[in-house]
Design a binder for this molecule. Structure first.
Ligand SMILES: [Zn+2]
Length: 490
């Protein structure tokens, strides 16, 4: 029998208002619990959607064109866009990476990766008390019954924790400090059908932060290059999109390492940020990410756009309503970071349809570089992004970007230690203006630079996440003590 979240909660007499609250962002109230169950239940479906979308098959790898980003960006027919191709520069380096969509491990004979991994292991950044949890498809039912309800691992999936409980780990970024500001982020790209969507962003003079899946970058390299050429901000979203807290240390490392490396090799920049699939992160995973110079980014609001038909199981009206709710949260005290996807045509169309509504409600819609006043997100390339004041005054273009005809994939000698020292020294942090993203430290991290000032960042914003001591209580109502009940739903 397949139980639904609604059925379980209704049977137990919980208020329907809790069930109705959708949103996998940093939880503000107890309603995140049913949302958590739903995420687990749907994770198998989600994985199929992600994977189905784009891996080239052998017999399709004979197309001659396109040969560079500029020619790929001009293709308007979605069928042609998603016809797989074989780029010689990428074919030459493909054997340096795990097989696309397989759980990443260190590639046999990759002494560079082994050396980096040993260095991180020896650095003491990975808390040894935090162990892997559950399964890679998000079934934590065997783990949570015995997990300490005080959440010693700062496990976001358990109760929305974004402030690490172990030393030397930076707090997650999850919102923007400026009022009426929409932090624009798209996960799961590059998508092979994204030209119309990226054209739309160009036309609207809108930049975003893009969290790319490593397997997609290897499969769709010219589409990944377009993200940078168009002036968007690139971050890591793992190699194969698994629940990261389930994976052993070395696999966590490989999922992050090879995604950052493929972005460096294919696009030319070393990323300094990442977002965990499903938000599933704890201090062990944070430690490994920190060793690679990757800052963890979560969100305040989730559009649930990936559940749109025909791939998903929600109606468009439901997703429209969810967007409406998020748009209705426009706040004078601080900005959000919103989870949206370029996972398929439906999610991109949905955003394009909602864009005018967001613009009407929010003063600013910004990539995380502007949100954080982070002008130099990459340690190895002299690319300068506009800070918040510049971006919101219309100077949206980054300086130093490659052109579509000059950007080339190559074995680019990825150096994660460069990112690690850069990030730990604050290099990837705020470098201009006065606003910076709110982290879980409970205060706004002010920018050091003051060449220009944004309109307001004086209002302090409590970054604390709502306390969730109730997790075990609610869970006990549901399943007699366990906090996550994925096995009921998958
Ligand atoms: Zn994702």
């Amino acid at each position: 029998m397949k139980l639904t979240t609604t059925a379980v909660l209704a049977a137990l007499g919980l208020a329907s208002s809790a069930v109705a609250s959708i949103g996998r962002g940093v939880p503000q109230d107890i309603s995140h619990i049913p949302s958590l169950y739903q995420r687990h239940r749907d994770s198998g479906e989600y994985m199929r959607i992600v994977h189905k979308r784009g891996t080239p098959t052998e017999h399709l790898q004979r197309r001659a064109a396109p040969t560079d980003e500029a020619s790929a960006a001009k293709i308007s027919d979605p069928v042609a866009e998603c016809t797989a191709y074989n780029l010689p520069e990428v074919a030459a380096i493909a054997n340096k990476f795990p097989k696309p969509w397989e759980n990443a491990t260190i590639v046999s004979g990759d002494s560079e990766a082994q050396d980096v991994w040993k260095t991180i292991q020896g650095s003491g950044i990975i808390p040894t008390s935090v162990k892997p949890k559950g399964t890679a498809n998000g079934d934590f039912s065997a783990f949570t019954p015995t997990y300490d309800k005080t959440d010693p691992d700062c496990w976001w999936t358990f109760n929305g924790c974004v402030k690490p409980k172990h030393d030397k780990l930076p707090a997650d970024t999850y919102s923007c400090p400026e009022p009426s500001t929409w932090g624009l982020t798209f996960d799961d790209g590059p998508n092979c059908t994204h030209n119309a969507f990226y054209d739309f962003l160009l036309e609207k003079k809108q930049k975003a932060t893009l969290f790319y899946i490593g397997s997609n970058v290897l499969d769709w390299p010219l589409e990944a290059q377009r993200g940078l050429v168009d002036g968007h901000h690139l971050c890591v979203h793992t190699w194969s999109h698994q629940y990261m807290t389930a994976l052993p240390d070395e696999q966590v490392f490989a999922e992050l390492y090879y995604t950052a490396k493929v972005i460096k090799d294919v696009v030319g920049v070393t990323p300094t940020c990442w977002r965990p699939p499903f938000g599933d992160v704890d201090d062990r995973v944070r430690g490994i990410a920190t060793g690679l110079g990757l800052e963890t980014v979560i969100w305040t609001d989730d559009t649930d756009d990936w559940q749109l038909p025909p791939a998903g199981t929600k109606s468009k009206a439901d997703v429209d309503n969810n967007y409406k709710t998020i748009i209705g949260k426009q706040s004078a005290s601080g900005g959000n970071i919103v989870l949206t996807h370029e996972i398929n045509d439906a999610t991109m169309q949905e955003f394009m349809g909602q864009y005018a509504n967001i613009q009407a409600a929010f003063k600013h819609i910004v990539p995380l570089t502007a949100c954080k006043n982070q002008t130099k997100p990459y340690p190895d390339m002299d690319i300068t992004y506009p800070n918040f004041a510049d971006y919101t005054s219309g100077k949206i273009d980054a300086k130093g970007l490659p052109s579509g005809t000059t950007i080339k994939a190559s074995d680019a000698d990825y150096k994660p230690q460069l990112a690690a020292s850069y990030t730990s020294n604050g290099g990837a942090q705020a470098t201009g203006g006065s606003a910076a993203a709110v982290t879980a430290s409970g205060s706004i991290d002010k920018a050091k630079g003051s060449s220009s000032s944004s309109s307001s960042s004086t209002a302090s914003k409590s970054a604390s996440v709502a306390a969730f001591g109730t997790c075990s209580m609610v869970a006990s109502l549901v399943i007699g003590g366990a906090c996550a009940v994925a096995s009921l739903f998958v």
